[in-house]
Design a binder for this molecule. Structure first.
Ligand code: NAD
Ligand code: ZN
Length: 345
């Protein structure tokens, strides 16, 4: 089969690899029909995730059709249409029983990381019963690809950990696919005001179409001064960091209101300076985490009922064979006005 293979920092190839086979009785082999590229794949290609070794097939998002199941698989059979979760989980260990699937003792985020991923014609999914979801009849498969990773990430680590409440004023720093997922899912809780902060004017424009009430363009405006002015000096109830650099965490520390929450979603490669000397007296809660995908069943229902339409994030479509061209577009997102790309087999 063909697959997108990481060959060391800065190097990748769309090349021939052996088709995956069942290894464990709980495995499912999925024929990938649609997949996408994540900012995390770009981090891996830069060499930022050393656990990914040369030869690894990338990708942790997608939908497909079940090709084969191990003898212990009960929920799926060949021919079933499935959504692949970015997090693999056994469903039985101590952490899985707490819905902390990200820390499954035999799973977590392993796809396209510690085991071969979804940017291929076929993928092996361990613990298939708990790591795949049946696709409802008539569902928009492209929209579903957004449920593999970015939508649960935005909802769980941004909105739920940040305790967004009806009427709240919230700020989302970073208008990439993850920040946009925070924006879409925060609206389940009816915040009164949603301030989107980024330096990319076209992303901010898109954010307005997705429901942001205000935007602040970093570079052209002082984000902290602008948000404090907008909120009569009070700050925001929830400040959500969706970039992963010290500067954006710092914005969140400076704009959070007394009694508020800072929800960090971004993956940081460097330490941040924690201003505990200013935050303690303001009764601030700080949260962070790796997506568990425990909200996937709920997101499937909201998609089905039309409460949310993550397909709006898709800006480009390619054939799976043209994945190198898709990487070129996604890797130059600002220049190409790209948000999410879909690759179809
Ligand atoms: P992205 O790179 O596509 O988007 C980041 C956005 O931040 C861009 O629009 C960029 O213009 C903006 N930005 C960069 N520097 C800025 C600054 N100084 N001020 C304001 N805006 C700035 O990334 P993404 O795919 O949306 O992911 C966002 C973060 O979420 C990444 O760090 C990613 O690794 C992380 N992530 C976390 C989890 C989790 O489980 N916690 C899961 C998936 C992704
Ligand atoms: Zn487990």
């Amino acid at each position: 089969m063909k697959a997108l293979v990481y060959q060391g920092p800065g190097q990748k190839a769309w090349t021939e690899k052996p088709k995956p086979a069942l290894q464990q009785p709980t495995d499912v082999i999925v024929k990938v029909t649609k997949t996408t590229i994540c900012g995390t794949d770009l981090h891996i290609l830069k060499g930022d995730v050393p656990a990914v070794t040369p030869g690894r097939i990338l990708g942790h998002e997608g939908v497909g059709v079940v090709e084969a199941v191990g003898p212990a698989v009960q929920n799926f059979k060949p021919g079933d249409a499935v959504l692949i979760s970015c997090v693999t989980s056994c469903g039985k260990c101590t952490n899985c029983k707490r819905q902390l699937y990200a820390h499954c003792s035999d799973g977590g985020w392993i796809l396209g990381h510690l085991i071969d991923g979804t940017q291929a014609e076929y993928v092996r999914i361990p613990h298939g019963d708990n790591s795949l979801y049946p696709i409802p009849e008539g569902a928009d498969e492209e929209a579903l690809v957004m449920l593999s990773d970015i939508m649960p990430t935005g909802l769980e680590i941004g909105v739920q950990y940040g305790h967004v409440q009806p009427g709240d004023t919230i700020a989302i720093v970073g208008a990439g696919p993850v920040g946009m997922s925070v924006l879409l899912t925060s609206q389940f809780y009816s915040p009164g005001r949603i301030i989107m902060i980024d330096m990319d004017a076209s992303r901010l424009e898109l954010a307005k179409q997705f429901g942001a009430t205000d935007t602040v363009q970093v570079g052209a405006e002082d984000p902290v001064g602008k948000v404090m002015q907008m909120t009569q000096g009070l700050g925001v109830d929830v400040a959500i960091e969706a970039v992963g650099v010290p500067a954006t965490f710092d914005i969140c520390q400076k704009i959070v209101a007394a009694g508020g929450n800072i929800a960090n979603v971004g993956v940081h490669g460097k330490p941040v300076e924690l201003h505990i000397e200013e935050l303690w007296i303001k009764n601030i809660t700080i949260s962070m985490g790796l997506v568990n995908t425990n909200t996937t069943p709920m997101l499937l229902k909201t998609l089905r009922s039309g409460k949310v339409d993550p397909a709006r994030m898709i800006t480009h479509r390619f054939k799976l064979d043209d994945i190198l061209a898709a990487y070129e577009v996604f890797g130059n997102a600002a220049r190409e006005n790209a948000m999410k790309v879909i690759l179809s087999a």
